[in-house]
Write a protein that binds this ligand. Structure first.
Ligand SMILES: [Zn+2]
Ligand SMILES: [Zn+2]
Length: 344
């Protein structure tokens, strides 16, 4: 089979690999239909995760058909079409019992990281019963890919952890696929003002279409000043959706007393945390990796057309062209790329 393989910093290639086999009775083997490239994969490519083994197949998102099931899998059978959750979880450890699936003692984020992932013709998924979701007929395969990671990440780590409430003023710093997912799912909770900050005019225009009430181009104006012009007290919820010191800094400077900073971005460097300014503000600051505990609810919301998700998908490639797809996603701004779908 074909697979996109990691060989270290700035070194990936499409290679021929053996089709995976069932290793444990809780495994399934899935024939991939569609996968995608995540911002996290770009981070891996750029060297953010030197702990990843040479030879690892990347990818933690996608949709496929179950080809083979281990003998103790109960919820799925050969031929089922499924969404592969970016988080694998056993369902029975201490963390799983608290629905902190991202910290499962025998799972968490392992696909395309600790074990071979989804950017391939086939993938082995451990703990299948707790790590896959059936797709209703009303959701197309490519929209279903968005439910592997970006929608639950935006919803759980941005919106729910940020405690977005009716009438709130919120700011989302970063209009990438996850920032857009925050924007869409925040609207379940009826915030009155949604400010999107990014440096890319195309992304800001899309954010307006998807429900942002205000957009700020941080390449043109100071986003902190611009936000205080819109809301003189600052924002109730500041959601960091990039993962760099500059965007963290915007969030810590715009949040109002009693507010929330929800960090969603994957950081590779330390930030300057201004505790000397913030200690007095009665803030809640949250961080985290998605648990995918709200994925079943999001599947129902997507199936009933609550979102206009097709606008998030900008490019399509065949798995044989995945190296080119990485190139395009790396140059997301000039290529006007948001979410790229890869057909296996
Ligand atoms: Zn992802
Ligand atoms: Zn577990």
């Amino acid at each position: 089979m074909k697979a996109l393989v990691y060989h270290g910093d700035h070194n990936i290639s499409l290679e021929e690999r053996a089709v995976p086999n069932i290793q444990k009775p809780t495994d399934v083997i899935i024939k991939m239909i569609k996968t995608t490239i995540c911002g996290t994969d770009l981070g891996i490519y750029k060297g953010k995760n030197p702990e990843i083994a040479d030879g690892r197949i990347l990818g933690h998102e996608g949709v496929g058909i179950i080809e083979e099931v281990g003998e103790s899998v109960r919820q799925f059978k050969k031929g089922d079409k499924v969404i592969i959750s970016c988080i694998t979880s056993c369902g029975s450890c201490e963390y799983c019992k608290k629905q902190l699936y991202s910290h499962c003692k025998d799972g968490g984020w392992i696909l395309g990281y600790m074990i071979d992932g989804t950017q391939a013709d086939y993938v082995r998924v451990p703990h299948a019963d707790n790590s896959l979701f059936k797709i209703p007929d009303t959701i197309s395969d490519e929209i279903a890919v968005l439910l592997s990671d970006i929608l639950p990440t935006g919803h759980e780590i941005g919106v729910q952890y940020g405690n977005v409430k009716p009438g709130d003023t919120i700011a989302i710093v970063g209009a990438g696929p996850v920032g857009m997912s925050v924007l869409l799912t925040a609207q379940f909770y009826s915030p009155s003002t949604i400010i999107m900050v990014d440096m890319d005019e195309n992304r800001l225009a899309l954010a307006k279409e998807l429900g942002a009430t205000h957009t700020i181009n941080s390449g043109v104006e100071n986003p902190i000043d611009a936000i205080f012009k819109i809301s003189e007290e600052g924002v109730d919820v500041a959601i960091e959706a990039v993962g760099i010191p500059q965007t963290w800094d915007v969030c810590q400077k715009i949040v109002r007393p009693g507010g929330h900073i929800a960090n969603v971005g994957v950081h590779g460097k330390k930030v300057d945390f201004e505790i000397q300014q913030l200690w007095i503000k009665n803030l809640t600051i949250t961080t985290g990796l998605v648990n995918t505990n709200t994925t079943p609810m999001l599947i129902k919301a997507v199936a009933s057309n609550k979102f206009d998700l097709s606008k998030l998908i900008t490019h399509h490639f065949d798995l044989s062209e995945i190296e080119k797809a990485y190139e395009v996603f790396l140059n997301g701004s000039t290529e006007k790329a948001m979410k790229i779908i890869i057909d296996a």
